[in-house]
Design a binder for this molecule. Structure first.
Ligand SMILES: CC(=O)N[C@@H](CCC[C@H](N)C(=O)O)C(=O)O
Length: 374
């Protein structure tokens, strides 16, 4: 079996949630330590890591970032190398992202390059967000790349396809947690209570009016409530309820407006249902905004070399904390086709592993091209 496929399968078996990626970090480190060490420097950061490849006559530093965490999902692929961790799965492709990063790193450890390279193995992309604190870390500020790239698997594209665009690629995101507290009581005496199941249901419906009534129809946004909990048993009126969701917008300004409307609606619920409501926005990610020149150069390179089919895509409402790195360092993220009938965050996601070598070939040849310029 191809080494990178074996690495991907090993990593697939040990997914870990954000900032708990101890086994993953250990696995990555033990692989990297098998490589010749003369031209690399390794620095651990929390459960992630930086690996610098020293160029022969560096004029710049080229960054390459992979995320390393998994999701709280029970895997249902039935694969022989399924996750051995209960309720944790690489359902967003970070196992492929890591094996690709190791493939590119291995190539440049074995083949000299003029410029310096910085490989960023970043924890907690799914939450609470590792990119922003990693970017602010003393190590990344000292080794700060002049440009940075990353990829994300795309189940909807065939293997051999890369989809990308200049400008906005991924949305601004904010988690949303709303806790409602009223007065519980006997199911037969509703007039003596403030029922938080009713208040939560009303609020969920009102939240749905924000996108249709408060966001410019030519702009766009998403408010998804993915989880509702409340109450204890069927014949007790619920004293508490909790909504958990996510907000997605195409600009930071629309994010502000959506939050302002959520706060107004919550005030109305508090007054109308005589209850207390707390809002917690959890972790927030800045939009992924691809640098125009670097992205166009990459598209031109792919088309000239015909290594893959390069297609231009639309922006998506997915979020990625790589956006924080792109806010400070020019670069881009792109979609890598992996051809899976099940989408991202699905318990049956099963990416085609042939995409690993496609991505390694693209990134090694592109980085060699820009990293050996006179
Ligand atoms: C690529 C992808 O699926 N990213 C996640 C990022 C999660 C952001 C945050 N935890 C949230 O839920 O708002 C996504 O869900 O888009």
């Amino acid at each position: 079996m191809n080494t990178l496929v074996k690495i991907r399968r090993d990593l697939h078996q040990i997914p870990e949630l954000g900032f708990q990626e101890y086994k993953t970090q250990g696995y990555l480190l033990s692989y990297i330590q098998t490589l010749p060490q003369e031209r690399i420097s390794i620095k651990k950061w929390k459960t992630g890591m930086f690996v610098k490849v020293h160029g022969t006559s560096p004029k710049k530093t080229i960054g390459y970032r992979t995320d390393i965490d998994g999701l709280p999902i029970d895997e249902e692929t039935g694969l022989p190398f399924s996750s051995i961790h209960n309720n944790q799965m690489h359902a967003c492709g970070h196992d492929l992202h890591m094996s690709i990063a190791l493939g590119v790193l291995t190539y440049f450890v074995q083949n000299e390059i003029k410029d310096d390279l910085l490989f960023v193995f970043q924890p907690a992309e799914e939450g609470p967000g590792g990119a922003e604190p990693m970017l602010k870390s003393e190590i990344m500020q000292r080794w700060k790349p002049d440009m940075i790239f990353a990829l994300h698997i795309a189940p909807e594209y065939p293997v051999g396809t890369i989809a990308v665009k200049t400008g906005l690629l991924f949305a601004n995101t904010s988690e949303l947690f709303i806790d409602l507290k009223g007065m519980g009581g006997h199911a037969a005496y509703p007039h003596q209570t403030n029922d938080m199941v009713i208040a939560a249901c009303t609020l969920v419906n009102q939240l749905q009016t924000i996108v249709s009534r408060n966001v410019d129809p030519l702009d766009s946004a998403v408010i998804t409530i993915g989880k509702i909990t409340g109450g204890t048993v069927q014949n007790i009126i619920a004293e508490k309820a909790r909504l958990e969701g996510t907000i997605r917008t195409l600009s930071p300004e629309t994010m502000k407006r959506v939050k302002h409307r959520i706060e107004s609606l919550v005030k109305g619920i508090e007054a109308g249902y005589e209850c207390e409501v707390d809002i917690d926005y959890g972790s927030m990610y800045h939009q992924v905004y691809n640098d125009e020149k670097l992205t166009n150069d990459f598209i031109d390179y792919l088309r000239q070399e015909s290594i893959v089919q390069a297609v231009e895509c639309r922006e998506a409402m997915t979020g990625e904390d790589f956006g924080y790195m792109l806010k400070e360092i020019p670069g881009f993220m792109f979609w890598l086709g992996v051809d899976s009938p099940f989408g991202l965050h699905h318990a049956k996601l099963n990416p085609n592993e042939d995409a690993i070598n496609v991505a390694v070939n693209v990134m090694t040849s592109y980085i060699a091209h820009i990293g050996n310029e006179e």
